[in-house]
Design a binder for this molecule. Structure first.
Ligand code: UGA
Length: 350
């Protein structure tokens, strides 16, 4: 019998890409819910994909019924945009923590395996060179720095899931994406600054605003990971060969792609110059520094760097990220700027 995978938030950046890969590479069935389906064009229509449009916080009966029916549950619904942590911290708590806690409890009740998206953000401003799942201290700022509510909500769920594993035998895997990027991360044509995560924000800045803002000078660093590498890791986690992924935490990131935000900005500008329709915009773009308090608000606080240790993923999953940041950016830009069917969404920028 084929594995039944439930993906809540199936139209999201991770959900849509994971669904596409599952349908291509395995014989598993995917059951999915989301409030829209615009990123699912490659999967809708496949007889192994069962999609329902809806909000998980309203369609609770559907969600519970499918947790009961499926083998593996991925609750991917969350707000994951730092601008919103600062502007709408209570919404982050209600959705990322409260709504997901219900799902976790149902997985315990029905004895289902849960793969929960923790986050690189749980490590906060840790001073260790490389962050690892077993020993690194999780370091957050004071309460008025509301940026950390997301990290804190995710950390609390990590701890709850871990405790359910310990006390009630819940079969779980916590995975921590480190700045995944790729096509369909956020909407390119969402013009307002701060609406998107950095890669899509910079692309949209080049196309629409003529200015890129480096928050506090852009010296802060991230380890960027191509979504294709991330999805490979998730497929291995779902497959769970010999139970190697069970009751473990995995950083899913690429330590070789550790770059500062200013370096990232230049890489994106240089790559956009290679697309003839957009060259002029990339040549004219101005890169400037802005204060974080003005950009995000006073509740923002940043971390200086974030490099994952991926020893756990290497050892237990046999996983290794392969895609450089340059390649990942090219895939993203090709999708949005070259492929005519997707370029339609940004046609007025050319
Ligand atoms: C992200 C988000 O919290 C989540 O998506 C996720 O859980 C996690 O980290 C992850 O993807 O690993 P962050 O890395 O701060 O947090 O997200 P971005 O919004 O992509 O910002 C990256 C850096 O670029 C920050 O230092 C930010 O200040 C800077 N930035 C962003 C700019 O300099 N200019 C901009 O216009 C936007």
């Amino acid at each position: 019998m084929s594995l039944k995978v439930l993906i809540l938030g199936v139209n999201g950046f991770i959900g849509n890409s994971l669904t596409e890969s599952i349908l291509k590479k395995t014989n598993w069935e995917v059951y999915g819910m989301d409030m829209s389906s615009d990123k699912l064009e490659a999967s809708l229509g496949n007889s192994r994909f069962h999609f329902v449009e809806g909000d998980i916080t309203i369609n609770k009966e559907w969600v519970e019924y499918h947790i009961k029916k499926c083998d593996v549950v991925l609750p991917l619904v969350a707000i994951a945009n730092p601008a919103l942590y600062v502007k709408e911290p209570l919404r982050v708590f209600e959705l990322d923590f409260e709504a997901n806690l219900e799902i976790v409890r149902q997985c315990v009740f029905y004895n289902k395996r849960i793969l929960f998206p923790s986050t690189s953000e749980v490590y906060g401003m840790s001073s260790e060179e490389e962050f690892n799942e077993e020993n690194t201290n999780l370091v957050l700022g004071p309460i008025h720095k509301q940026r950390w509510i997301y990290s804190c909500a995710k950390q609390m769920l990590d701890r709850v899931i871990y405790a359910y594993g310990d006390q009630h035998g819940l079969d779980y895997t916590l995975f921590r994406p480190f700045n995944w990027l790729g096509p369909k991360l956020d909407r390119i044509n969402d013009a307002k600054e701060g609406n998107s995560r950095v890669v899509t924000q910079f692309i949209s800045n080049i196309l629409y605003h003529g200015e890129i803002s480096l928050v506090d000078g852009g010296q802060q660093r991230r380890s960027f990971t191509c979504i294709d590498d991330g999805i490979d890791a998730l497929l291995k986690i779902i497959e769970n060969k010999d139970g190697q992924a069970s009751r473990r935490i995995f950083n899913i990131g690429n330590p070789k792609n550790d770059f500062s935000i200013i370096e990232l900005a230049h890489m994106i500008v240089d790559q956009v110059k290679t697309y003839p329709d957009y060259r002029e915009k990339a040549e004219k773009v101005v890169i400037k520094s802005v204060e974080s308090g003005n950009y995000y608000g006073q509740g923002y606080q940043d971390l200086g760097y974030r490099v994952p240790s991926i020893e756990n993923a290497r050892k237990y999953l046999g996983w290794e990220p392969k895609i450089s940041l340059q390649e990942a950016l090219k895939k993203t830009l090709d999708y949005h700027l070259s492929d005519r069917s997707h370029a339609a969404e940004i046609e007025d920028a050319a």
